[in-house]
Design a protein around this ligand. Structure first.
Ligand SMILES: *[C@@H]1O[C@H](CO)[C@@H](O)[C@H](O)[C@H]1NC(C)=O
Ligand SMILES: *[C@@H]1O[C@H](CO)[C@@H](O)[C@H](O)[C@H]1NC(C)=O
Ligand SMILES: *[C@@H]1O[C@H](CO)[C@@H](O)[C@H](O)[C@H]1NC(C)=O
Ligand SMILES: *[C@@H]1O[C@H](CO)[C@@H](O)[C@H](O)[C@H]1NC(C)=O
Ligand SMILES: *[C@@H]1O[C@H](CO)[C@@H](O)[C@H](O)[C@H]1NC(C)=O
Ligand SMILES: *[C@@H]1O[C@H](CO)[C@@H](O)[C@H](O)[C@H]1NC(C)=O
Ligand SMILES: *[C@@H]1O[C@H](CO)[C@@H](O)[C@H](O)[C@H]1NC(C)=O
Ligand SMILES: *[C@@H]1O[C@H](CO)[C@@H](O)[C@H](O)[C@H]1NC(C)=O
Ligand SMILES: *[C@@H]1O[C@H](CO)[C@@H](O)[C@H](O)[C@H]1NC(C)=O
Ligand SMILES: *[C@@H]1O[C@H](CO)[C@@H](O)[C@H](O)[C@H]1NC(C)=O
Ligand SMILES: *[C@@H]1O[C@H](CO)[C@@H](O)[C@H](O)[C@H]1NC(C)=O
Ligand SMILES: *[C@@H]1O[C@H](CO)[C@@H](O)[C@H](O)[C@H]1NC(C)=O
Length: 310
């Protein structure tokens, strides 16, 4: 009888704990600040490929084939250098860029990669080709330009394509007086980095959605991998959706100083309000279970002792 009462009690306790943790979670949800969790930025698994890159600084252009084989058999064969076309794109490493004009600074830090989808034939729409372009992190491989005014700031990071052209990615920020946010991302890819693309012209893509509402004089920080859809400005259905993959993202715009150090961060880790209450609930539930088990065992023992003493 006693044990059944104890069991019933334990169930009641568990129910109370689980429901209370649920309420806690519900209460925390409105704390969600902005449209950071908009549908196009899917909550990806916490495995961040870029997170590993802080250790390695792989030089992307280090694939110069100096493989002059010492085998002195057929010198004629060296005249056919097979192009190393499908070299796997290097893992993106974290780079940091600044635009400084007068007393105002825009800062961007990220490990970024463009995954460009395109057709290599006008007829065959089933044949989608993909090119992965890693944004170089070394400052001597990129150059920065942009515009600064009271309400709008842009920072454009450019780098040489594999041909004679430029690739670029531009972030536009808008100032709301108390907050600022990322308004738009523009991407431009040189045809030299899109082999056999039809048509063989510069591809301009855009991600035109507002993200990351951030307090002025703070920076925004998000380490996890995020994926942004890139389409043409006119959202041409003939042009497949490409993606910008970014991790270790940190930015600050409308910074009223020449300093290239980030101000205090507003971290997207705190935008996922479910984790804390769930963890608290689990710990509480675990504690209750342990206490109950201990209680039941001690109960059994004392009962057993009772029988012996009788
Ligand atoms: C992003 O692209 C994927 C695949 O094309 C699509 O399913 C999704 O709806 C797009 N998201 C947005 C916000 O456009
Ligand atoms: C990070 O690197 C370690 C060893 O260098 C490897 O075991 C692990 O899988 C890597 N993680 C990711 C997310 O790439
Ligand atoms: C970045 O900051 C450095 C140091 O403050 C400055 O010399 C340089 O001009 C800045 N770069 C740009 C593009 O404004
Ligand atoms: C820049 O800031 C310094 C000190 O904060 C100030 O003396 C100077 O007038 C400012 N210059 C401009 C162009 O705003
Ligand atoms: C892609 O196109 C080539 C020829 O243009 C064809 O042989 C191949 O089957 C196509 N692949 C797919 C998946 O449609
Ligand atoms: C287009 O790309 C597909 C997939 O990469 C490839 O199989 C096909 O041969 C390519 N077609 C042409 C005309 O290059
Ligand atoms: C860029 O700088 C790195 C060292 O930081 C150097 O090894 C590399 O050769 C430089 N690349 C160019 C193109 O200057
Ligand atoms: C880009 O290429 C041009 C010539 O093609 C060269 O003069 C310039 O230094 C390169 N810029 C960088 C950042 O590598
Ligand atoms: C700032 O620049 C944006 C876009 O470049 C423009 O629309 C806006 O009118 C400018 N504002 C001021 C105050 O110059
Ligand atoms: C690449 O960028 C440089 C510097 O911004 C510019 O002078 C050059 O005209 C650009 N080249 C192309 C092909 O757009
Ligand atoms: C920002 O403040 C200025 C004046 O301080 C005002 O004219 C403007 O409408 C405000 N903008 C927003 C978006 O609130
Ligand atoms: C950003 O947040 C502020 C207050 O936190 C709010 O007033 C503003 O409307 C938000 N802006 C956007 C674009 O969501």
């Amino acid at each position: 009888m006693r044990t059944s009462i104890a069991l019933a009690l334990s169930f009641a306790l568990l129910l109370v704990v689980s429901s209370s943790s649920g309420v806690y979670g519900d209460n925390k949800v409105p704390a969600k600040k902005d449209q950071d969790t908009s549908p196009d930025v899917p909550k990806l698994e916490p495995v961040i490929p870029g997170a590993n890159t802080t250790t390695t600084s792989t030089t992307p252009a280090s694939t110069t084939s100096t493989t002059t084989a010492k085998t002195s058999t057929t010198p004629a064969s060296t005249t056919t250098p097979t192009p190393p076309a499908p070299t796997p794109a290097p893992k993106p490493t974290v780079g940091k860029w600044n635009l400084t004009q007068e007393n105002e600074t825009v800062l961007v830090q990220m490990a970024g990669q463009l995954v460009i989808s395109y057709y290599n034939s006008t007829e065959d729409k089933n044949n989608l080709t993909e090119a992965t372009i890693t944004i170089p992190s070394q400052s001597n491989l990129t150059w920065v330009s942009g515009t600064i005014n009271a309400t709008d700031e842009t920072i454009k990071i450019s780098w040489n394509s594999s041909g004679n052209g430029n690739n670029s990615i531009q972030f536009s920020f808008h100032n709301n007086n108390k907050t600022y946010f990322l308004k738009k991302v523009d991407v431009s890819v040189d045809p030299a980095d899109l082999p056999k693309r039809v048509p063989n012209t510069v591809l301009n893509l855009v991600h035109k959605e507002e993200h990351f509402n951030t307090t002025i004089n703070k920076s925004y920080k998000c380490l996890r991998l995020q994926t942004f859809n890139l389409t043409t400005e006119a959202a041409d259905p003939q042009v497949p959706v490409s993606h910008l993959k970014v991790s270790d993202l940190r930015f600050e715009a409308f910074k009223k100083s020449k300093s290239t150090d980030f101000s205090d961060a507003e971290d997207c880790a705190f935008d996922t309000p479910d984790i804390v209450p769930i963890a608290v609930g689990c710990v509480l539930a675990g504690l209750v279970v342990i206490v109950l088990v201990v209680y039941l065992i001690s109960r059994r023992r004392s009962q057993a002792r009772g029988y012996v003493s009788m």
